[in-house]
Design a binder for this molecule. Structure first.
Ligand SMILES: Cc1cc2nc3c(=O)[nH]c(=O)nc-3n(C[C@H](O)[C@H](O)[C@H](O)COP(=O)(O)OP(=O)(O)OC[C@H]3O[C@@H](n4cnc5c(N)ncnc54)[C@H](O)[C@@H]3O)c2cc1C
Length: 477
């Protein structure tokens, strides 16, 4: 049978586009089919509040987009991508109006921690020095590491829970809270094994790359990727919900940027019952409740460091953050949750009408929660930024179910394509030699439900494409 395409990608999230670019770069004829009217999956920018205010509906700060060994070598600048680097990668405010900031410079950052200065350097300096050796492997499937010693040293720090790690390294509550801010991106209880790994990778990336974001909106990252893809000859079809693989044109390989639950619903796939059962056992993680605001002025953070950072982690005591991240897994929300805030307009005025501002935030919530957490989120921000509520001109809220309507991959509001605990971190969606391949030799999974998981790095798509190349187009590798 003649093939219209060599490979077809289903879904235009950052991983789907990464897979399509990799295959197209190798000279294959590819196309992407996307169900939505706008491409990008959870990397899109829209006017959610008032006219002229541009909000990132999903991902907002893209350090992994810059750190990604695949994306960083693409000529995205030629396709309009402009990175914006805030002076401080992330800041963590305290109740007395002061804050710690994570600067690109590790010494400047450590100096804020007083008697924990040396411990901070001991924790992060070796990781920073070895990033070029282990970074690529951290953003890929389990395998035999090229630099086993450096990898093992990272593993020894990354395997404990965030709670064990901070208690081992730091004396002061503030140093511990500061680390918790980045570790809590894991969406895991901070007492869970390996929850430390997220704080280590994200903070090391802050010291290596800063935490930048695309000028004009995260949607501009998607646009640059797609414009580059099209320049290579790739094709994109929107508004096409793929329900049955037999409805698609013939191809040698089909790359699904979907999570297991969705993939199992696609008809015409040759999956055996054992594979189906194992995929059905895949676990999804907590959801998020997401807010965006149109503001009359920047968030009036009491601390100047928070005003100089694009990402702010809010949680005022160690216990407060620990409880917040523990309770969601028991289907509760505390009245003082850990809040992740992003503010772009102090550094990128193009996102709002002249003199006006936007802000973005979310908290972790039980998967599938439809409750409204507007008040608790705004109260937490108000504690760090007295007067915040008076700056609000308009707001948009999305509960966990709204998020899944926006992007069907966000099952129950889970933004990482599945729980990222120790059992699913490197072996997702199931433990097998290549997690990207399936029992149907034409079908691959390239979404964040494969290693290395959530985040806009495209490495799930890249590794899935490499596997499809190896299986079907060996001569091109
Ligand atoms: C609120 C929120 C905040 C986030 N913040 C950040 C952040 O700041 N930094 C960061 O790095 N990451 C962040 N993330 C995570 C990041 O956005 C995801 O990890 C990333 O988008 C995963 O990309 P993906 O390609 O695997 O899936 P997605 O981006 O979800 O794309 C999947 C695509 O497949 C399409 N699709 C699904 N089913 C079908 C079908 N049957 N037929 C056709 N098309 C289909 C969907 O419409 C979608 O376009 C955030 C996510 C959310 C939701």
């Amino acid at each position: 049978m003649s093939q219209k395409y060599d490979a077809i990608v289903i879904g235009s999230g950052s991983n789907g586009i990464a897979a399509a670019i990799r295959l197209q770069q190798k000279g294959l004829k590819t196309a992407i089919f996307e169900q939505a009217a706008t491409p990008g999956g959870a990397t899109r920018t829209q006017e959610l509040t008032l006219p002229g205010f541009k909000h990132d509906v999903g991902s907002a700060i893209l350090p992994l987009g810059l750190a990604s060994p695949f994306f960083r070598n693409l000529p995205l600048k030629d396709f309009g991508l402009e990175w914006i680097y805030p002076e401080i990668a992330y800041a963590h405010p305290f109740e007395d109006g002061t804050a710690y900031g994570c600067y690109k410079d590790i010494e400047t950052t450590a100096a804020q921690l007083g008697e924990d200065r040396q411990a901070y350097l001991d924790l992060f300096s070796p990781l920073l020095e070895n990033w070029d050796k282990i970074g690529g492997e951290l953003l890929g499937p389990l395998g035999i590491p090229e630099h086993p010693l450096e990898f093992m040293k990272f593993g020894l720090k990354a395997l404990p829970s965030a709670q064990m790690l901070v208690n081992h390294y730091f004396k002061n509550e503030r140093s511990k809270i500061f680390f918790y801010g980045s570790a809590a991106h894991s969406t895991l209880p901070l007492t869970n094994i390996a929850s430390a790994s997220f704080g280590l990778v994200l903070t090391t990336s802050a010291h290596k790359f800063n935490w930048p974001f695309p000028k004009g909106g995260a949607g501009n990252f998607t646009k640059a990727l797609l414009d580059y893809y099209k320049s290579l000859g790739g094709e994109l079809f929107m508004n096409t919900w793929v329900e049955d693989i037999r409805d698609l044109p013939n191809a040698y390989a089909y790359m699904f940027d979907l999570t297991p639950k969705q993939l199992l619903k696609v008809r015409g796939l040759n999956f055996n019952s054992l594979y189906r059962r194992r995929m059905e056992a895949f676990n999804y993680g907590a959801g998020v409740f997401k807010m965006d605001w149109a503001l009359s002025e920047p968030i009036p953070f009491a601390s100047e460091k928070c005003r100089k950072a694009a990402t702010i982690h809010i949680g005022f005591t160690k216990k407060e953050i620990e409880n917040s991240e523990k309770e969601i897994h028991q289907k509760n929300i505390t009245s003082t949750p850990y809040v992740l805030v992003a503010q772009h307009t102090p550094f990128d005025p193009s996102r709002a009408p002249t003199g006006k501002h936007t802000a973005w935030a979310y908290i972790h919530v039980p998967n599938g929660s439809t409750a409204d957490f507007t008040e608790v989120i705004e109260n937490q921000i108000e504690r760090a930024a007295p007067g915040f509520k008076e700056t609000i001109l308009g707001r948009s809220t999305m509960n966990a179910v709204d998020l899944q309507h926006f992007d069907p991959n966000l099952i129950g509001g889970d933004i990482n394509g599945g729980k990222q605990d120790i059992t699913q971190l490197f072996t997702r969606p199931i433990a097998k030699l290549s997690p990207y391949a399936t029992p149907d030799p034409r079908v691959y999974i390239c979404s964040s439900s494969t290693p290395p998981g959530g985040g806009v790095h495209g490495m799930c798509g890249y590794h899935a494409a490499q596997k499809a190349l190896k299986d079907h187009f060996q001569e091109l590798l």
